[in-house]
Design a protein around this ligand. Structure first.
Ligand code: NAP
Length: 279
């Protein structure tokens, strides 16, 4: 499994991690088994949020006895992101996850509390040993500029943003901004949430032919393409051990420049949208 630095001076983290949105909705035992299989296969970066129902409880079962192997990320809702609310929300997440610290804690998206308040809470949580680092999600470059002014260089570990083959908006400005400031980009919904290109489509055929050349699958090719830049990691969600195994193998797949160019043509980046797309 390829690893990447999680922010400037941050630890090395698996380039392919595990998302958990809706993981609590199906068979809980299968979900725990999927996460464990993912960990065994090197997908040690696990992403969750207080917003994701009981996902934190599912993760608690999956990481029991192996907490030190995991890079655990959770998120505070913007409606809780006041100075005090952030700390209370983090403590609730720690309790549900049955752990004493998060490796990274994110503001889920920008809300109405001043960013300085949330950052002050993050700093307090770091000082208390409850989080190791902090970051944001769904931040466009203007928000990142403002945050950088408040926090200073080297403090923002990551920006988690929407990125899949048919939604490449972050390539215009967010990825370059993050690369320049040592901020890891975590690509969410890498399979388009539930909208992966059909094998019968033109793009699906390109994915298929590249996959065949590597004895891989179209989804593995997609993950490898999305994580091709040095600062980008991705967090597909899988609720079965089979899917987790397939996704993890993408962490060892390297595409050639020609293959990347073919995917770039099959799934064009398109013009820069006025605002950052999010789910
Ligand atoms: P996704 O990872 O793009 O797609 C998940 C879908 O792909 C599920 O239906 C899953 O099915 C299927 N799948 C996964 N691996 C597969 C495989 N190998 N073969 C066939 N199907 C496969 O969607 P997502 O859950 O929206 O995004 C991933 C994670 O990003 C989330 O879980 C969450 O942690 C994070 N996220 C963050 C934000 C944010 O605002 N920060 C927003 C959205 C998502 P099964 O479940 O049946 O395996």
């Amino acid at each position: 499994m390829q690893t990447k630095a999680f922010g400037s001076n941050g630890p090395q983290v698996s380039a392919i991690g595990q998302g958990t949105w809706y993981l609590d909705r199906g068979d809980r035992k299968a979900a725990v088994a999927a996460l464990r299989r993912g960990l065994d296969a090197g997908m040690t970066h696990i992403d969750t949020a207080e917003m994701y129902g009981d996902a934190e409880l599912v993760i608690a079962d999956a990481i029991a006895g192996r907490r030190d192997d995991v890079f655990l990320v959770s998120k505070v809702l913007p409606s809780n992101a006041s100075r005090r609310g952030t700390i209370t929300a983090c403590e609730r997440s720690l309790k549900r996850l049955k752990t004493d610290r998060l490796d990274c804690y994110l503001l889920h998206w920008r809300g109405t509390y001043p960013l300085a308040e949330t950052v002050a809470a993050f700093d307090e949580l770091i000082a208390a040993g409850k989080i190791r680092s902090w970051g944001v999600s769904n931040f466009d470059t203007e928000d990142l500029d403002e945050l950088l002014d408040i926090a200073g260089e080297g403090k923002i570990a990551c920006n988690q943003v929407l990125y899949h083959l048919r939604e490449r908006a972050i390539e215009h400005a967010v990825i370059p901004w993050c690369a320049q400031h040592g901020v890891a980009v975590v690509a969410y919904s890498p399979f388009g949430h539930n909208d992966f290109p059909a094998a019968s489509s033109k793009g699906g055929a390109v994915l298929q032919s590249i996959a065949q050349a590597h004895q891989a699958t179209p989804r593995q090719v997609a993950l490898s393409f999305l994580a091709r830049a040095p600062s980008v990691l991705t967090i597909p969600k899988a609720s079965s051990a089979e899917h987790a195994t397939e996704n993890a193998a993408a962490g060892d797949l390297r595409l050639s420049d020609r293959e990347i160019a073919a995917l770039d043509e099959a799934f064009p980046r398109g013009p820069k949208p006025r605002s950052l797309p999010m789910l």
